[in-house]
Design a protein around this ligand. Structure first.
Ligand SMILES: [Mn+2]
Length: 267
């Protein structure tokens, strides 16, 4: 029995099927967690959603593109390549499934003595892991109780910095922005939304460069997707980026948690 975390699919069903084949995925024994962004950009978002919904051993954290899809569904507007999902016969079932996915998953493996935190973009150093879990839960509860409100409020780049005093829509938006859109941060935790490259602007560093080294002693691993330009390079084995740009004709990458082995398939 193994647990695999797989990077951003973005509608690339063929590559998904090939990687499941390559890891010999057995849905009766193994478990799959996706880093989010199952949909958009690539050709077969609907097929991926249907496949994942039908398998109880597949779960995902929500990515910014999954939330965008939820937003379009909440206003019943078919747009671009996602039109097929929004107009699907089972679209309300898809909405229910997606809206109930978490923004963060934490796994503690007792026999390995290791813990793994999975979120689409990562976790800023200004939050402890416990705090990040709490805030992610807060958004999930709000999404379940009043999805249209949260999905409407999440749009925007301001505030670009966390403050414990934030409330309502601004609070949800800022939590969502850190967990699903973050790449570079300033020393004080300000998000740079514009730079999607792997080279920071002056005064900014990758979010994981701020994380303390105590994670190494604690056997703590951060697993994320979202940042295709990194191509999996973080220079620290405790931060594992799995978006290797499948939809950009790169690779799709899986990580087996039991031995931290990476398996990938080419586009
Ligand atoms: Mn993303």
């Amino acid at each position: 029995m193994s647990t695999y975390v797989i990077g951003d699919l973005h509608g690339c069903y063929d590559q998904f099927a090939r990687i499941l084949d390559k890891i010999n995925y057995n849905s009766a024994l193994d478990r799959i967690i996706l880093t989010g962004d199952l949909v958009n950009r690539g050709p077969e978002s609907l097929r991926i959603l249907n496949y994942c919904m039908a398998d109880k051993n597949i779960n995902t954290v929500l990515g910014n593109h999954d939330l965008y899809l939820l937003y379009l569904m909440s206003i019943n507007q078919g747009k671009g390549i996602l039109k097929k999902v929004i107009e699907a016969q089972n679209s309300s079932q898809i909405f229910e499934w997606l809206v109930n996915r978490p923004l963060l998953i934490k796994i503690y493996n007792k026999s390995l003595g290791k813990s793994f935190v999975i979120s689409h973009a990562g976790i800023p150093e200004i939050w402890s892991i416990q705090k990040a879990e709490r805030l992610a839960k807060e958004v999930s509860i709000a999404l379940k109780e009043n999805a249209p409100y949260v999905l409407q409020a999440m749009w925007g780049d301001k505030p670009d910095r966390w403050d414990d005093g934030l409330t309502h829509g601004e609070r949800y938006r800022t939590i969502i922005n850190y967990l699903t859109r973050m790449r570079f941060l300033s020393e004080s935790g300000i998000l740079d939304f514009n730079n999607t490259s792997s080279e920071p602007e002056k005064g900014f560093k990758p979010w994981f460069d701020y994380q303390s080294k105590s994670h190494q002693e604690n056997n703590q691993y951060f697993i994320f997707g979202h940042w295709a330009a990194l191509n999996g390079q973080t220079n620290d084995p405790h931060f594992i980026g799995l978006d290797t740009g499948c939809v950009w004709k790169g690779n799709l990458t899986a990580l087996r948690l039991e031995d931290l082995k990476k398996i990938s398939v080419k586009y």
